[in-house]
Design a protein around this ligand. Sequence first.
Ligand code: LCS
Length: 409
Amino acid sequence: MKNKKYKGKSTEAIHAGESLPILPSDGEEGLSEKTGIPLLTPIYQNSTFQFQTAAECELACIDEESGYIYTRWGNPTQQVLEQKLAVLETGEAALATASGMGAISTALLTALLDGGHVVAMETLYSAAYNLLNEDFPRMGIETTFVDATDPNKIESAIRPDTKVIYLESPTNPLLKLVDIAACAEIAKTHNITSIIDNTFATACGQQPITLGIDVVLHSMTKYLSGNGAVIAGAIIGENEFIMRAKKGALRNFGAVISPFNAWLTLLGIPTLPLRWTKHCENAVSIATFLEQHPAVAWVRYPGLVSHPQYELAKRQMNGFGGMITMELKGGRDAGEALVNRLQICSLAVSLGDVRTLVCHPASTTHSLVSAEVRQQTGITDGMVRFSIGLEDTEDIIADLDQALDVLPS
Ligand code: LCS
């Protein structure tokens, strides 16, 4: 079953990686002697694994492929999830992590183990930006932030010590895109590791490895789990990189996913392709509705013709996703009035949930980014971000309509 090729994403999401590692019996007659294996991958909610002999234990420590030792080093529930992630993102291997930031920091630390310079997209999820802008410089790792919507700007910022090109597409919250194939090509030409955060698009919306990217990251807190129940992340890439991350930064900095969260994520992924389709359908209708509303100054959604990179979105993405950002004519006051009046859409950070979530980036997700940087990168005070859920389209539109009704046009 492992890494078997399926024709479609739904079959992959359901079946890929689901070969349950069969653990040995403890030698006593018991349940493990009976036939029948669980259809649903169980949670191996244990921190450590026992061995019959010192030789077996030593072998497992030397050659991890031969056994499980300790859950920070690997666990069957994590492993099933990792096998599935690798197939979905067309990578050789994957690691599940404790959070999206755990994936970002582990991947960057792996690529920058000997120091070096990073060229990054200038608008990133705020914690990723802060990691590169504040924490890494203290460790001697510098980042040049560029408007990566123009790949030439990436190329111009490359230095002899550049080790990583770090991207997000679409970006949080401005929904800018990068030409993934063009950026990957630049990275390859200069022998630099390309890393992309694929949280907003998911493996259903785009598969960056097929476009030449080396390492794909996810906050699985979002669409992949889809249930709003976990904080989790993922790194997908070549076997060599993943093994280096697993044996180095993941193990030693310790951003390891718990078996329970791995299991909850495994419950979510099989419905991802279905959810993705419905998120996209809902978002297209709602973005169109918002764009025509007199209280709305502008709407950013990759599936609207008005998006400056609409042609790139059509070429690069399979569905335009569930995230919409807009600016109200009434500015910050109107934004507050809107979120206070909404009844179906929940005022909450995070995204990719089955429920429609609305948030005000300047005061929430990007509040720790300075006002100056927010202004430079276009995160205005009147901006409102939606993560469109799976409710019926007409209910979401009716909720938005009643809330927008009283706002200045
Ligand atoms: N990457 C992206 C694109 C994100 O949007 C987030 C979190 C992360 C990584 C980090 O993932 P985590 O560690 O939280 O699993 N984005 C959030 C947001 O927009 N609102 O709350 C969290």
